[in-house]
Design a protein around this ligand. Structure first.
Ligand code: GLP
Length: 237
């Protein structure tokens, strides 16, 4: 695992944006695995700015998002589809039919769909403070594929800031599995902010085990952990 520690969250966002921009420049037919959450938001903004400034072409790009809530309106303010639309898709020329989300209806064949498109070239990932990746909560099997999952209470509480109340936060989601994520050819794990200090310390120090889903990433052959000084306070990269 390559570890790159940069000063600020903006530096991390610039790194992530550049990697995605170059991935698509080098291979216009890239298959991107995309994440939601606060971590990638600024990187997406930078990709949009670069798109407008440099006339990039994303018309052959295919995207697979990591997860989606169950029970929220697809077009409503809280769905990850709306997040992606506002954060990235409303600006780039990625055809709508190339933008995939794991949903109850396609969960069983989402991994086949990824395979059919040649697999994910570059997977962007964040990590939850309990060590989840996508919505693979602690004790998710390492061999799991895309499926319906139950959200941990700590995840619901943390994500309730985006909803009017905790009661509104869904209890379930559809998530790519841990094996689905590990199949990606390359992974960028982006981690920023003080709230991630402890999980990153655990990630680096604890043995690989299913109680800490993120720990499996240490075995991926092509993974970069990109981290800012706040989140990386306990590591000396
Ligand atoms: C969310 C998402 C994950 C995301 C993680 C961290 O619940 N399901 O895909 O990576 O938690 O989110 P954030 O970047 O907001 O800290």
């Amino acid at each position: 695992m390559k570890i790159i520690k940069l000063k600020t969250q903006l530096d991390v966002s610039k790194y992530v944006a550049n990697e995605i921009i170059h991935q698509v420049k080098n291979n216009p037919k890239s298959v991107l695995g995309l994440a939601t959450g606060s971590t990638p938001h600024q990187a997406y903004q930078l990709i949009k700015e670069d798109y407008k400034l440099n006339n990039r072409d994303y018309s052959q790009v295919v995207t697979f998002n990591l997860d989606e809530y169950i029970g929220v309106d697809f077009d409503g303010p809280n769905s990850y589809q709306t997040y992606m639309k506002n954060a990235l898709f409303d600006t780039l020329n990625i055809p709508k039919e190339n933008q995939f989300f794991p949903l109850v209806d396609n969960a069983d064949h989402y991994d086949d769909l990824i395979k059919k498109h040649g697999g994910i070239d570059l997977q962007l990932l964040g990590v939850g403070i309990n060590g989840h990746i996508a919505f693979n909560e602690p004790l998710s099997p390492f061999n799991s594929l895309t499926r319906i999952v139950e959200l941990a209470e700590s995840t619901r509480i943390r994500n309730s800031k985006y909803f009017n109340s905790i009661e509104e936060v869904p209890t379930h989601a559809v998530s790519m599995g841990i094996a689905s994520i590990m199949h990606a050819k390359r992974i960028i794990l982006a981690v920023t902010g003080k709230s991630k200090q402890l999980i990153i310390k655990r990630f680096l120090e604890e043995p690989i085990n299913e109680a800490l889903p993120v720990s499996i990433l240490k075995t991926h052959p092509n993974i970069t952990l990109i981290i800012d000084e706040e989140a990386g306070e306990y590591i000396s990269a």
